[in-house]
Design a protein around this ligand. Structure first.
Ligand code: GH3
Ligand code: MG
Ligand code: MG
Ligand code: MG
Ligand code: MG
Length: 311
């Protein structure tokens, strides 16, 4: 375990550190509450051993402040064991109230400290498993299972925030609606499974375009999402007017450039997409209006023969 040892006595800290290190732990010493808080903020620990009596900020107050910094996610919680010279019940109550998890007297035998640390290790392990599971869940909730792109839900949530930002900053907001051409026929003739593979390839291609746009600093924060079915979106939160046209052109060319055979895609003979591209001054409309306009433009691109964009 990586342990933060908070104690105003250098002598005690040296002895305790040596003991803990002999059991294979890694120890950092903070000489007072303020230093402990700073170390806690710049590093992560599996356990904190907290002295009570310290000049300036005592152990209770230090603990209260650390708990306030942690936030409320259960995996952000670091076990704190108070280690004190005065083994009083009042201190124990105050320690737990302040956010401590356990309490041990400095005169307790070695084995007691060991046992308490073992209990905290178990809890720390649960905590990190919880964090991992949550990370996975978050990932699944925000990404489309087939393509790995952001799903509709994540896209909508991000757009809500980006739209607000754009309104406040008076910056334009652009959106590309992208639809695979004659995809029903693709499924009918190549199988639904092949259709899935095709959607993955198109999604990878769109993600590649978004990445390139970001790398080229053409439009920071651009991302691709699966809007639903064979429809995708590229969200362009903050780019000079006109940039969306360049990106729309790149998308159409990049997908056609994959040269995925699609015999039944009318004159093109390969997988293509049609794109509706819109750039809005956020003050002039609502997000819904942006989608409606992009949809209209997409429909025009389809009517004009597909494998093209309208802006
Ligand atoms: P258009 O060029 O006008 O867009 O024609 P289209 O055939 O692409 O449009 P339509 O909306 O008629 O058909 C879309 C098809 O996309 C129908 C649906 O079965 C297919 N599709 C939607 N989601 C998936 C998916 O996850 N996997 C596969 N394989 N097909 C999908
Ligand atoms: Mg002390
Ligand atoms: Mg469609
Ligand atoms: Mg359709
Ligand atoms: Mg389609």
């Amino acid at each position: 375990m990586k342990i933060l040892l908070v104690d105003d006595s250098r002598a005690i800290a040296m002895v305790t550190t040596a003991r803990l290190e002999s059991f294979g732990h890694e120890v950092r010493h903070a000489i007072n509450g303020q230093t402990a808080i700073e170390m806690f903020q710049s590093d992560s620990f599996d356990l904190i051993l907290m002295d009570i009596e310290m000049p300036g900020m005592n152990g209770f107050e230090t603990t209260t402040r650390i708990r306030a910094l942690e936030g409320h996610e259960p995996w952000a919680w670091t076990p704190i064991i108070f280690v004190t010279a005065t083994d009083s019940d009042t201190n124990l109550v105050t320690a737990i109230e302040a956010g401590g998890d356990d309490f041990i007297s400095k005169s307790s035998p070695e084995s007691v400290l060991q046992a308490k640390m073992k209990a905290m290790t178990r809890i720390a392990a649960l905590r990190s498993r919880l964090a991992q599971a949550n990370g996975k869940l978050q990932d699944q909730a925000n990404h489309d299972g087939l393509t790995g792109l952001y799903n509709r839900r994540a896209m909508d949530l991000r757009i809500d925030t980006l739209w607000e930002t754009a309104v406040h900053a008076g910056r334009p907001f652009s959106l590309l609606m992208i639809d695979v051409d004659n995809f029903k026929k693709y499924n009918d003739h190549y199988s639904h499974q092949a259709g899935d593979e095709c959607l993955k390839a198109v999604a990878d291609c769109l993600e590649g375009v978004a990445r390139q746009v970001n790398e080229d600093k053409m439009a920071p924060g651009v991302f691709a999402a699966r809007y639903g079915g064979e429809e995708f979106a590229i969200v362009i939160p903050d780019a000079a007017p006109g940039v969306h046209v360049g990106i729309a052109m790149t998308v159409v060319e990049a997908v056609a450039g994959l040269n995925l055979p699609h015999e039944w895609n009318e004159q093109w003979g390969k997988v293509t997409v049609s794109v509706g591209a819109v750039c809005m001054a956020p003050a002039s409309g609502w997000v819904k209006e942006t989608f409606r306009i992009a949809d209209d433009l997409l429909y025009q691109a389809k009517a004009a023969g597909r494998n093209r964009f309208e802006a």
